[in-house]
Design a protein around this ligand. Structure first.
Ligand SMILES: [Fe+2]
Length: 297
């Protein structure tokens, strides 16, 4: 295992809006990760979601000091309306500078309102209050290598106590979801039939990539997933697969070699949407424990 002082990196599949209001093992894991982050005194969260992209060759950083929350369906307003967001403008400015130094056309966005891809996860991770958080946009061309490079440019923040999170989806094709149990019965977890083969197969491919690759190989493997024969069936659009690139960039350096991804929770929704939750790396004070567990296994 690498002997470094870096924070772990999470790839979370946020799923449907109902993941905010309903109980699930994924939500339990998000809470566990939030508790651990607070126990380790993180300086803040740096997050790329799946619902915000910048045009041309640009990447944006959320710099709105008082963002609103876009409303969500199938969730009682009491679950999110009063939750106070805490944009971290100082770290946002720092991210802009780091991205520019890496060659990106990075700009602050002072009017962006936050969307459920990010605040859904923050509420479940940190129900007692939002830590200082910086949101990084995607780029609308959805070039996987571009998004890996964003993660690589911000990776050094892990050494300073920031928690880097990508919020997207392992299998996320809205055109293949089965909605009637949610619409008729408010049941997002119903599985009236098994998932279709493409959903099952691609979900396995994503797990295989995380489990069996680390360091630069992880970066190559996640970008290669976009050439998987069932990629387009599993991802109807590219937006929910960019955060996985960001995560691989942030946790796929030579120094990360040996830190393999772990599938820590998984929740199927709407028959064909697979919300897999992965973590790469461990907290510095847990490295010895992890090595001991692995050698005993
Ligand atoms: Fe989403």
């Amino acid at each position: 295992m690498p002997a470094n002082n870096l924070t772990p990196v999470h790839f979370f599949s946020h799923g449907s809006t109902m993941m905010l209001g309903e109980e699930s093992t994924s939500a339990d894991y998000w809470k566990k990760c939030g508790d651990e982050a607070l126990a380790h005194g993180i300086k803040g969260v740096v997050m790329m979601g799946a619902h915000w992209d910048a045009d041309a060759d640009r990447v944006e950083v959320a710099m709105n000091p008082t963002p609103n929350k876009s409303p969500v369906a199938y969730v009682h307003p009491s679950k999110y309306v009063d939750y106070v967001l805490q944009p971290d403008l100082a770290t946002g400015e720092r991210c802009i500078q780091l991205l520019r130094a890496a060659g990106f056309a990075a700009e602050g966005n002072t009017t962006f309102d936050w969307i459920h891809d990010t605040y859904l996860v923050l509420i479940r991770m940190f129900p007692g209050g939002c830590p200082p958080t910086t949101l990084i946009s995607m780029n609308a061309r959805f070039d996987p290598h571009y998004h890996v490079k964003i993660g690589a440019a911000l990776r050094q923040l892990r050494a300073e106590g920031y928690l880097l999170i990508g919020s997207g989806g392992a299998v996320h094709n809205l055109y293949r979801n089965v909605y009637w149990p949610m619409v008729r019965h408010a049941d997002n977890f119903a599985q009236p039939t098994p998932p279709e083969p493409a959903s099952l197969d691609f979900r396995q491919a994503v797990e295989d990539v995380f489990r069996n690759n680390s360091g630069p190989e992880l970066r190559r493997a996640v970008t290669r997933l976009m050439k998987h024969p069932q990629y387009r069936e599993a991802q109807g659009t590219d937006d929910h697969f960019m955060a996985i690139m960001f995560v691989a960039g942030a946790a796929g350096d030579e120094e990360d070699r040996g830190d393999f991804g772990r599938l820590e929770a998984e929740t199927w929704e709407l028959t064909n949407m697979c919300n897999s939750q992965f973590t790469i790396g461990v907290w510095p004070d847990q490295r010895g424990q992890t090595a001991a567990v692995e050698s005993a296994a």
